[in-house]
Ligand binder design. Sequence first.
Ligand code: NAD
Length: 363
Amino acid sequence: MILVTGGAGFIGSNFVLDWLAQSDESVINLDKLTYAGNLDNLSTIANDSRHIFVRGDIGDTALVGSLLAEYRPRAVVHFAAESHVDRSILGPAAFIETNVTGTFKLLEAVRAYWNSLPATEGSSFRFLHVSTDEVYGSLEPDAPPFTETTAYAPNSPYSASKAASDHLVRSYHHTYGLPVLTTNCSNNYGPYHFPEKLIPLILTNARAGKALPVYGDGQQVRDWLYVGDHCAAIRRVLADGRVGEVYNVGGWNEKTNLDVVRSLCTMLDLLDPKQPGMDGAVHSYAEQITFVEDRPGHDRRYAIDARKLERELGWRPAETFETGIEKTVRWYLANEEWVRNVQSGDYQNWLEKNYAGRDQRKE
Ligand code: NAD
């Protein structure tokens, strides 16, 4: 049994689905179901007894303690976070609450549990903290990619809160000996991605005939990794990562935001062409691209050096940017209902009605 936090979010739900597809080991999934948590992501395992969903907060020490005592997981994989940079600029408090205080409280509950384990179970226990490359700050155009020893220089309240959580996790290893692992990954994309983030936003806006907003000049560079490859990396690190170590995870896919948007438009033109316009011509989705005012403090470039993970644990991304983007576009085209549900306020209302305080342990 493993305990996953934030397993109803984008990466967490992909991880839970992957995990259960590849192993028989059960998952207890603790998620607060904020606006970003979506049980629809887990509908294919709704009746799978290996998945136990508990709605709750990582900061609820009593709840986390009782889950750990009841299920005795051999590992905790910590995804739960506030994750959207724009939201952190508008309202940083929730980021401090969940990413910093929440992670601290989770660590405290896990430390107490770990201390209670017999020596053999304690030595094989792992706490894997999922983090981001944004903690390293912004790179100059010709600077080498971030390595695990790059100094932290977070620039947004989001990345600062994640940096704080990384430091707490590190300190729990150095101070208390808690067997931790940390992964710092670049931008993910793929199925079940909430349409406030660039790739799903572009796909959903394009098909709705809306503007495709690109911040500033669109020349901000990010490294992109297909979410399935990130999940595989986490599984590798959990299985064989060296305790106390940090592993960078990336796809070696540096792209400007504008190039990403153009690639999406080209793929949509191919897979979902528009109807001919008034002039009889079929127009490209790229015509909907609109440049908007840049995000304050927008980092220019992130790039990640994932060679440590490749060398030590033999992980390699299975998808190229092109194959991953094609899979993603096909998924969004095939899952219009999922998109409609997350976009409509109905989902939140339905959630409140049906899942307030839901705890599958009692069902
Ligand atoms: P997400 O916003 O899609 O999902 C976060 C999940 O955490 C949601 O299901 C939400 O309900 C849950 N949650 C939030 N606060 C909680 C709390 N207090 N208690 C319990 N659950 C809570 O995020 P994501 O994109 O899936 O990211 C997951 C993790 O991976 C985050 O830690 C993020 O920093 C990290 N990460 C994300 C990316 C990316 O590109 N999305 C890249 C690198 C690292």
